[in-house]
Design a protein around this ligand. Structure first.
Ligand code: RIB
Ligand code: CA
Length: 300
């Protein structure tokens, strides 16, 4: 899994920052980072992606994505969790580097066309860029190894009782991705709420390096429950490095685009869909201890 060619689509975002950091420190081969609206607006998520990569000393191209959802615009962002700057006010220097000329969908297309190997797309925000790629370049889908998604919840939501934030922000895009012909592996709140790191352990590690200090400080403003922090966006990264710590099941999952429950995931047992063949692979369990050990080992 480590040598796969990876594109990370992200809306940094505090937990996106941690995910990008552990992705780089785990040795993943990240060819491109693309940005999407979500936690904060697209301008800010794009600046943040550049800031994070410069802070980490990584020369990875960044391509700017789309500023809004395909159809549904709930009019909310994640700034109440991630701060108005998207990084919880952490004083990460503003970037000197610029985005590439192509927009996200075109940068992904160019990468795929130039690559002999298949490309893995990792989505840590709304799925709008990925859905647009699927619709605009259907003839290139066989060059996508897998789409690995942080999003959705078969259980309770976090943006409301039914929906998780990323699928809520663009339910139509999520439905396009889930129903595509590509291998899609989904990490919903069902497991990401158990992808935890202890704030005490972050505190103990904070003086080890610039990265461990940043991780402690940037997470100080993040939602904490019982001294634990949910590292939602690091779950897909952990899967690419240590797939064995997750249990994953093939399921038929529909994404509600109904305005009464936008972004809610539906997967019935005794419904008319029960004879539907599975459309996604869905993570149903995680070894939280091994997840935390891996995360902390890569936040130094
Ligand atoms: O629900 C968690 C997701 O929403 C994460 O991707 C977090 O960054 C926010 O975008
Ligand atoms: Ca995110």
């Amino acid at each position: 899994m480590l040598k796969r060619k990876i594109v990370i689509d992200t809306d940094p975002g505090i937990d996106d920052t941690i995910a990008l950091t552990v992705a780089i420190n785990s040795g993943l081969n990240i060819e491109l980072v693309t940005t999407v609206f979500g936690n904060v607006n697209l301008e800010q998520t794009t600046i943040n992606a550049l800031r994070i990569l410069e802070f980490l000393g990584k020369d990875i191209p960044v391509a700017k994505g789309v500023p809004r959802a395909l159809f549904f615009d709930p009019g909310i962002d994640g700034s109440h969790v991630h701060g108005v700057d998207g990084l919880g006010g952490y004083p990460m220097p503003y970037p000197k580097t610029k985005v590439v000329d192509q927009v996200a969908v075109e940068a992904i297309k160019d990468l795929i066309e130039k690559s002999e190997e298949n490309i893995t797309l990792v989505a840590l925000g709304a799925l709008t860029n990925i859905a647009l790629f699927i619709k605009i370049y259907p003839h290139l889908l066989d060059k996508i190894e897998e789409i690995v998604v942080m999003g959705g919840s078969l259980g309770a939501g976090n943006v409301n009782s039914a929906a998780e934030f990323n699928t809520f922000k663009d339910p139509h895009a999520a439905k396009i991705v889930f129903d595509s012909s590509v291998k899609v592996t989904v990490f919903g709140l069902d497991v990401t709420r158990f992808c935890l790191v202890s704030s005490q352990k972050l505190e103990e590690n904070k003086n080890k390096s610039k990265v461990s200090s940043m991780a402690r400080e940037i997470l100080k403003g993040y939602i904490e429950e019982n001294n634990e922090l949910m590292m939602h966006d690091s779950a897909p990264i952990a899967y690419l490095v240590h797939p064995e710590i997750f249990d994953i099941e093939d399921k038929y999952i529909d994404v509600s685009t109904d305005e009464r429950a936008p972004g809610a995931l539906v997967s019935g047992f005794w419904t008319k869909e029960k004879d539907k063949k599975p459309n996604v692979r869905f993570a149903v369990n995680v070894d939280s201890k091994k997840f935390e050990e891996w995360l902390l080992a890569n936040l130094v």
